[in-house]
Structure formats: C-alpha cells, structure tokens
Design a protein around this ligand. Structure first.
Ligand SMILES: *Cc1c(COP(=O)(O)O)cnc(C)c1O
Length: 452
C-alpha cells in the first residue's frame, strides 16, 4: 500500500510543469520553485511513510504554493506583549515612538549620515545625536555604539587596556543574555581587580588597591537586583574624589540610565545620567533601548578629552551604530525636549505611567471579546496583578496592573499559552499559579489579545 503510494508520487519535473504552478513559476526563480516542489514532495513522502497520508492529492500546486509562501514569509513577526514586562529583552525591549519609527523610515534612503551639509564636506556620524545627548545630560561630549555592552567594552579598552580596572565585588554583575562584567573587562584587554566583599565595600578597599597598574575605577549599576541587609557601597561622589586624588578616572556603567526623574510620573527614581556626570563621573555608559525608550544602542557620555579618545579607537568602527539606529535615537532624544508630553509620546514611559483605570478599561473590553471568542468551558476573569519594567530597570519594584486570567477545566495553562502563541500575531502572556495570564498594561487595543 505505502510502496504503491510512493511510486505514484510525480517527479519534480512533472510538478514543475503542471498547469496549476504556471503563475508561481512565472513570478519566482526556477531554483526557488524547484526547492518548494522538492520540499512538498518530501513532506508527502514522509506523510505516506508515517501513515498520515493515504491518498496523493490530485493537484499538488496548492501544497507547493504553501511551501513557497513559507519560504518567502518573513521570519520576523510582530508579537503582542501581554507578558507584564514592559522592556522584555526577548521581544525587542522598547517599543519605539511614532516619531522614532518615522525617522528610521526616512533614514532608510540616503541621509546626511557623515556629511556636513553646511560645509559640503565629510562629517561625523556622532554629530547627529551628540548635541542632544550633551543638552539632555550635561556631558561635554558623547558618542554612540551598538549597545551598552559595546559601550562598556570600548570605554574600558580605550582607557585601560593592559592595565587594572578596580571594581567592587558587589557590582560584578551579570545581565541576562550573557553580559557578565568580569568577562567584558577581560575581553576589553584589562585586568580585573575586584575589591571589597559581595555585600560591603568601603572607600579604603579602592584606595588601598591602587598601584602603578591602576587605570580606572569602574562603578556598575546593579540594575537587576538589590543588595539588602548589612550592606555598604562606595558612592560615586566619594569614588570620584578618591580618583581625583590618585589621578584615576571613574567610569560608570549605568545600564538603563534615565534622562528624566521618573518620580514626576509617580514611579521610583532611577539614577539619572546627568546626576552621575554632575557627581563627577568621567564617563557614563547607558542603553538606548531600556528606560530611554529608543532603539538598541549604547551611549557613551562624559569628559571631552576621554570621549575623543574613545571615538578614535579603531574598535569604535566595528561597533558604530547604523543610520536607522541613529535616526531613531535622535528622534527619541528629541522627545525629551518636551518633557510635559513625554508620557504621551514615548511608549515605554506611557506604559510605565499608564493609569490603572485605563488598564482596567482595556481589560474589561478584552475579557468580553475573549469570552465571545473562546466560549465553552473557558473561565475568563479580570484580576489584580503586577507588571515589571524589566530590562534591568527598577529592580524590586512592581507596578499594580490588571490581568485577564484564562483557565479551562481540561486544558492546562501551558497549553492555553501555546494556543495564544500560535495565533497570528502571536500573543504572549505568562503562566502563574496554574493560570494563563494576559497583562493589559502594555496592550492598548483589546482586540490584540483575541486569538484569530
Ligand atoms: C543592560 C545592562 C548592560 C547591557 O546593556 P545592553 O544595551 O543590553 O548591551 C550593561 N550593564 C548594565 C548595568 C545593564 O543594566
């Protein structure tokens, strides 16, 4: 039976010549259609052998066309973020503002990337965003690389290659997705000199570790955890003062780094880039796609003399940001000039500051739509929940939210989760205490969480 079916499969050529594929052959390269035909035939063969196919379809064109569609479809798809994490690294962190999106689209053609239109000669790509970073942070100079990991690596390599970097043991951080400070220090060609203990480090730990080999003091923001209890940390100001006395610059990896005081929106304050610079940090590095709410980027801001050296490092060329990023970053930074309107325009801040009543309104409508759509034995309820900012920001601080909980007497939460994930666009929630939850904080259109 199976052998007969296998023998009955047409050849690749036969399928290619079939009437039903005429349009597909005309519109695509022969190699591509041939590959789709092969893949379709392989699928049929596997189906016959496993017993799931008991009859060869008369017309194979639709099967081939389906394969073609799969091959040509983008593997990058929009997903609906109902996870409750505003800055979720696995789904692309910050949602860009309308202004940033438009700027990136505009930049996809030719732009004045490294061209000084005033003088009609070659310009500097960093000069597109540098004035804004200076204005918003008070820095003397700034440049942009691909992400904050690159910013830290480049700053350390420029300022301390072959020499020692002193850092507190309590700040040897790991950020999800393989950023481990000790490894970055090593890869930047510097020697890690850790001082103090995990919970307590004092100024004298730094000063007594200084030798001829010391190149800089490094401070890292413990952005994804809190050290509580019997603790002691050397403040930036003290460290800067000790650095000044010993002639040693201080670099601070701020991680998220905020440009505005979040307490204006009733949120806990994250360290401001401006404050670090005012406290005397020589260089501060931070991410573009965390609290800043822009594209993936790493910003290096600080003393002119040091930033100029960083810009001249040949590694900078390997880490430079591209024009789409710079355009989106510039547009994002520009929104900060209008602080009063920031929460309306910057989705990251908008999501953090979103009033509970509004989240609830979305939840009520979404729950109604979900009940109609899923029906049956699904139990759909609105509950109080907690969202997090994520992306190494505001650790330990949760934002009260409204979630839709979906349960079913016979279907477990993981299966419900997979069901939502297989919708187009995929809907991502989270599973907690045997319930599948959709956090409405980051969902603006109720229809978005209704699977197709
Ligand atoms: C997030 C973070 C990084 C890594 O930044 P990316 O932009 O993800 O490369 C480095 N240091 C700290 C303290 C961070 O919070």
């Amino acid at each position: 039976m199976k052998e007969a079916l296998l023998r009955g499969l047409p050849s690749v050529d036969e399928v290619l010549r079939s009437e039903g594929l005429r349009e597909a052959v005309k519109a695509n390269s022969t190699a591509l259609v041939t590959e789709a035909v092969r893949s379709a035939l392989e699928g049929l063969r596997a189906g016959i052998l496993s017993g799931s196919i008991k009859e060869i379809p008369r017309d194979l064109a639709p099967v081939v066309e389906e394969k073609l569609k799969e091959m040509l479809a983008s593997s990058i798809v929009r997903v609906v973020n109902a996870t409750g994490t505003i800055l979720h690294t696995n789904i692309g962190r910050a949602v860009l503002s309308k202004e940033a999106i438009e700027a990136a689209v505009r930049a996809s053609g030719n732009i004045n990337l490294e061209f000084d239109l005033g003088r009609g000669e070659r310009g500097e790509r960093d000069s597109l965003v540098e004035p804004l970073v200076k204005k918003l942070t008070g820095a003397e100079a700034a440049c942009v690389v691909n992400n904050n990991a690159a910013a830290v690596l480049l700053a350390l390599n420029t300022l301390a290659e072959g020499r020692e970097v002193i850092i507190s043991r309590g700040e040897l951080i790991e950020i999800g997705g393989s950023f481990r400070l000790p490894e970055i220090i090593k890869k930047s060609g510097c020697v890690l000199r850790e001082v103090g203990t995990t919970n307590r480090t004092h100024l004298k730990d730094f000063t007594s570790a200084v030798t001829q080999q010391t190149a800089l003091f490094l401070k890292a923001h413990t952005s994804n955890y809190l050290v509580v209890g019997f603790t002691a940390e050397v403040g930036l100001k003290e460290l800067v003062e000790a650095g000044r006395n010993a002639g040693i610059p201080v670099v601070e990896d701020l991680g998220s780094g905020s440009l505005v005081d979040l307490s204006a929106w009733g949120l806990p304050k994250e360290p401001l880039v401006r404050e670090s610079l005012e406290a005397g940090a020589d260089i501060v590095t931070f991410s573009g796609d965390k609290l800043l709410g822009g594209p993936q980027a790493g910003i290096i801001a600080g003393k002119k003399e040091l930033v100029e050296r960083i810009k001249k490092n040949p590694l900078k060329r390997a880490m430079r940001a591209d024009k789409l990023t710079l355009a989106a970053l510039e547009a994002t930074l520009r929104l900060y000039l209008n602080k009063e309107r920031l929460a309306d325009r910057l989705p990251t801040l908008g999501h953090m500051a979103r009033p509970l009543v509004e989240i609830e309104k979305t939840a009520v409508e979404a729950a109604r739509l979900l009940r109609t759509k899923l029906g049956g034995k699904y139990v759909i309820e609105i509950e109080d929940g907690e969202s997090v900012v994520g992306g190494g920001s505001l650790p330990g601080h949760n934002l009260p939210t409204k979630v839709i909980s979906i349960t079913h007497p016979e279907t477990g939460p993981d299966r419900i989760s997979r069901l939502f994930m297989s919708s187009r666009p995929p809907i991502l929630g989270r599973v907690k205490k045997e319930k599948f939850l959709l956090d409405m904080r980051t969902v603006e259109t109720p229809q978005d969480v209704v699977p197709e």
